[in-house]
Design a protein around this ligand. Structure first.
Ligand code: CDT
Length: 369
């Protein structure tokens, strides 16, 4: 961080000499139907990665369960269900048959990648809704996250034509928590252990390799998830999603927005509301990426992929519901202002009043009068 400009009072923390600038990309995918071959999905993802590379992106973010249709809306069992899951080789997703071409190309481009997929673990054969962060520079899966907030139901809805969201049936809740990590070499001149610099000192905060957090789809609606990362100094949150635009059983019907078209507008609004507010309240950037469009001609998923800055402003946004790359140069140095002023957690949080948040799940109303 360089000098603070005071002449216009608007740029504290935003300096021209920041070395924490990085070009990042979100790779929105259009509809992937039940009969779309997995290889076609992967080819489309590779094409977006080529595009990201040509625009000098150092990180690409794909949607939730990226290479296949959003299968949790269907009632499936046996091989019909298993076909959607990726099998890692000795716990290594880079060697998974279907996903390998993505890791290979990211390595070739030295590009980092957030990749969402349905995971089937080896021995225990447990299913999770998973994403990994792969560093193409050091050829390593740096972190894995398994979706914690699984929306929908275990049993299908009774109405025959209802759109199901059977994530509680097909996945176990994530067991890895919300662990932030550092993305190696994503920005130049980051402090490392070797430098002897002390962690969490005022002059070293925000100077190491970028601090990254991962969530998946429904997690973005829960401020608790963002704050768990915020408390680790997160600078960049990554989120892939598949969000239905029309599912009355799942979403309820808002009397203000009873038509299908308006419901989609509302779903887009709520998506943006969640990612902009939580980026602001944790003073981090976020890259939020949809799988979208009309799957199988009748299941609409919203687009609205966007890159949000640490003030909660959208700096890049998809304009279609098709395969589309969004790209922005972001300056992670900007995160310091919020972290040191309005959201200086160490100065202003009052944890003595937050107990309910971690002790209680459902609502307990106050006594009747
Ligand atoms: N995939 C996923 O988590 N979708 C849910 C659907 C809506 S539940 C309110 C989402 O939160 O976008």
């Amino acid at each position: 961080m360089g000098s603070v400009q005071t002449n216009d009072g608007a740029s504290a923390g935003l300096t021209a000499d920041s070395t924490r600038k990085v070009i990042v990309a979100g790779a929105q995918l259009g509809a992937i139907n039940v009969d779309t071959p997995r290889s076609e999905g992967i080819q489309r993802m590779l094409k977006l990665m080529d595009d990201a590379h040509s625009q000098k992106a150092k990180l690409i973010v794909y949607p939730e369960i990226a290479p296949v249709t959003f299968f949790p809306r269907h009632i499936l069992e046996g091989e019909e269900l298993e076909q959607y899951f990726e099998r890692e080789v000795d716990g290594d997703p880079t060697q998974s048959t279907n996903l390998k071409p993505l890791f290979d190309k990211a390595r070739e481009y030295k590009m980092d990648m957030y990749l969402g997929y349905a995971e089937c673990t080896g021995d225990e054969h447990v299913h999770y809704n998973t994403c990994v962060y792969y560093s193409g520079q050091i050829d390593k899966v740096v972190s894995k996250y398994r979706k914690v907030h699984l929306p929908g139901t275990f049993e299908p809805y009774e109405r025959k034509d209802a759109t199901n969201q059977l994530e509680k049936r097909y996945f176990k809740p994530g067991d890895l928590g919300f662990e932030a990590f550092r993305a190696p070499n994503l920005v130049p001149d980051a402090l490392t252990k070797k430098s002897g610099a002390k962690l969490n000192e005022p002059d070293t905060l925000g100077k190491g390799d970028p601090i990254v957090g991962m969530i998946i789809c429904n997690d973005r609606r829960w401020p608790e998830a963002w704050r768990a990362y915020g408390l680790q100094g997160v600078e960049l949150m990554l989120c892939g999603y598949n969000t239905t635009a029309w599912a009355p059983e799942l979403l309820g019907v808002n009397s203000k927005v009873p038509t299908k078209e308006k419901t989609k507008t509302e779903a887009l609004f709520h998506n943006k509301l969640c990612v902009t507010y939580n980026s602001y309240a944790n003073s981090c950037f976020s890259i939020n990426v949809a799988k979208c469009g009309m799957e199988d001609g009748k299941y609409p998923l919203i687009g609205g992929s966007c890159i949000v800055d640490c003030d909660g402003e959208v700096v890049a946004e998809a304009s279609t519901e098709e395969d589309e790359l969004i790209v922005a140069e972001i300056d992670l140095g900007m995160c310091r202002r919020g972290k040191e002023k309005v959201f200086a957690f160490e100065k202003h949080r009052r944890i003595e009043h937050y107990g309910r948040i971690s002790e209680q799940t459902g609502v307990r109303e106050p006594e009747f009068l």
